[in-house]
Ligand binder design. Structure first.
Ligand code: GUN
Length: 298
């Protein structure tokens, strides 16, 4: 039976450091500021943004949420970004994704000043990560995944096979860069991969970020593997539960947890780590803006 990784506990370790280093920066008269732009009212996005804002306030940050109608024009969003790029009280700025169909996501994301891009999605930050450069921002979910992986396997993944299912800019590709930098033999699988079960069977470390509820079955998993489930999918609940829906990961937890060595639950695994890493990135942005040495947060 797998050990269940407590993402909330690990996230609290990071948040404790963020809070004390925020207090230290505030002694020098500087308060970190985080701004989040939310376009429209996608229910999941509304919940995620509220949770980021709550956590930012709990860390001692100034937190601002800019809500825009889903009919807003691309130019209006760009104007908001220009103002926030120039606002010295704002150290980190992100636009919650996905955006409505009439908006070009890359145009919006690339307008964010790289030094405030706490999601790590601008070309400058993504390029630094891909080339092994320091001084940028690592996307929050991949940073959280690596914190969990280091907790279990240590810093050096030499000799281990890692498989990521999913090739998004926000999770799959940056996670691959980080696993590779830590010496894992790294494969990115995706919806067009031939014989996905066979590829997954080779994984000592499996990162599931495909966005399809319970698509990865226990019988595909290598005995003793570490399973990091990034999926957050809402599916119908079983009839006896009394609930209409429940959250499920991309991995079938009940069958996988019998075979795996370690597994993250959904919810309570990767989710809290993502938010903790966003707070760490935002504090890093504030320290850099102050010209101060950035403390070790994760
Ligand atoms: N939507 C889902 N996850 C994320 C994230 O980490 N950042 C942004 N900006 N949007 C998201």
């Amino acid at each position: 039976m797998a050990k269940i990784i407590d993402g909330k506990y690990l996230a609290e370790e990071i948040l404790t450091r963020v809070k004390s280093e925020t207090a230290r920066l505030q002694q020098h008269g500087r308060q970190p500021g985080l701004a989040v732009i939310l376009v429209g009212a996608d229910p999941a996005s509304v919940l995620y943004v509220a949770s980021k804002s709550r956590k930012a306030s709990a860390c001692g940050f100034h937190s601002r949420t800019i809500r825009l109608e889903d009919t807003v024009s691309q130019d209006e969003i760009l104007e908001q970004i220009r103002q926030l790029n120039a606002d010295e009280a704002v150290h980190g700025l992100l636009v919650q994704l996905p955006l409505p169909k009439h908006i070009d996501t890359q145009t919006i994301v690339q307008a964010i000043a790289p030094e405030k891009d706490v999601d790590g999605l601008t070309y400058s930050n993504a390029g630094r990560l891909a080339s092994g450069g320091s001084g940028g921002f690592t996307p929050c979910t991949p940073a959280g995944i690596m914190y969990i992986v280091r907790h279990i396997h240590g810093d050096d993944l030499s000799g281990l096979d890692a498989v990521i299912v999913g090739r998004s800019n926000i999770v799959g590709k940056p996670t691959a860069a980080l696993l590779l930098a830590a010496n894992a033999t790294t494969t990115i699988a995706h919806s067009r991969t031939r014989d996905l079960p066979e590829v997954i069977r080779s994984a000592d470390i499996l990162v599931a970020a495909a966005g399809q509820a319970e698509m990865i079955k226990g019988s595909w998993i290598k005995p003793g593997a570490t399973i990091i489930d990034v999926g957050i999918n809402r599916i119908p609940a079983s009839r006896h539960s009394g609930e209409k829906t429940r959250l499920a990961g991309d991995v079938e937890f009940d069958t996988a947890s019998i075979i795996a060595g370690h597994i993250t639950p959904v919810p309570g695994g990767v989710g809290p780590m993502t938010i903790a890493m966003l707070m760490a990135n935002n504090l890093t942005a504030a320290y850099r803006a102050a010209g101060a040495d950035v403390p070790e947060l994760s």
